[in-house]
Design a protein around this ligand. Structure first.
Ligand SMILES: [Zn+2]
Length: 238
């Protein structure tokens, strides 16, 4: 019966479509994951730069403080070695001003260090995130490269089976099928009629006289979607 042949062809076509979609899914997923890696890498670089800047600021303030403390120590010595009271008083004023300035600077430096230290975990978090995404990408690449030859072998096998099945089509079906398979794609050229009389391709009702012709083994296309109609095994109208 012709419906059996069409049903067999349709099944093989659907399986081929599935294999092909699996083949294209891998590279799509890999591209997506690669772009995520890129985004996180960029974010990591920015965050590292930000941390570096905070760290440099803190270090600069610390160095400044060290220098100023050395100056202060020198002034204190000068003060003790002052030759007269006038010089002593002048140095004493200077020392007092320096002490105030240094204490502010010390607070500043401490604050800057704390800020840098507080920021440091941000870098670690992104590093970890990047590592995870890279691992996922690697796994996807590995599993896909294993999957590809298996899928390709299946495609070869099913393509052979399709050719064999297509040989069983009588002339009036073959030309129509080839034309539709070319224009709509193999899987889309055929549709089964459900027991509720729906076209399996477009879900529209197939008129009963169309169904009768299909059952009689005539080439009939769905009037709304244009697919070649067939009835599944054991078909009865509800
Ligand atoms: Zn239809």
């Amino acid at each position: 019966m012709i419906s059996e042949v069409l049903s067999e062809i349709h099944l093989i076509q659907r399986q081929l479509a599935d294999f092909n979609s699996r083949l294209s899914r891998g590279p799509k997923l890999i591209r997506l994951q690669e772009s995520t890696v890129k985004q996180i890498t960029a974010r990591l670089e920015e965050t590292r730069a930000e941390y570096h800047q905070l760290y440099q600021q803190a270090k600069f303030k610390e160095e400044q403080l060290t220098k100023r403390e050395a100056t202060l120590a020198r002034r204190k010595t000068q003060m003790q070695e002052a030759k007269n009271n006038k010089e002593f008083q002048a140095l004493k004023l200077q020392v007092s001003a320096d002490e105030t300035a240094n204490s502010t600077l010390a607070e500043d430096a401490l604050e800057a260090i704390e800020k840098a230290e507080k920021f440091a975990p941000n870098v670690a978090v992104i590093e970890q995130e990047l590592q995870q995404v890279n691992e996922t990408l690697k796994k996807t690449q590995e599993s896909f490269s294993k999957e590809v030859p298996v899928i390709q072998a299946s495609i070869t096998q099913y393509s052979k089976r399709l050719k064999e099945a297509e040989k069983k089509l009588p002339g009036e079906f073959l030309n129509l099928y080839i034309r539709l398979a070319r224009s709509m794609g193999g899987e889309q050229a055929l549709a089964s009629i459900s027991s509720e009389q729906f076209c399996g391709g477009c879900r529209q009702i197939v008129p009963i006289n169309f169904i009768a012709q299909v059952v009689q083994g005539k080439p009939v296309t769905c009037k709304s979607c244009g697919r070649i109609l067939y009835v599944p095994e054991g078909f009865t109208v509800k």
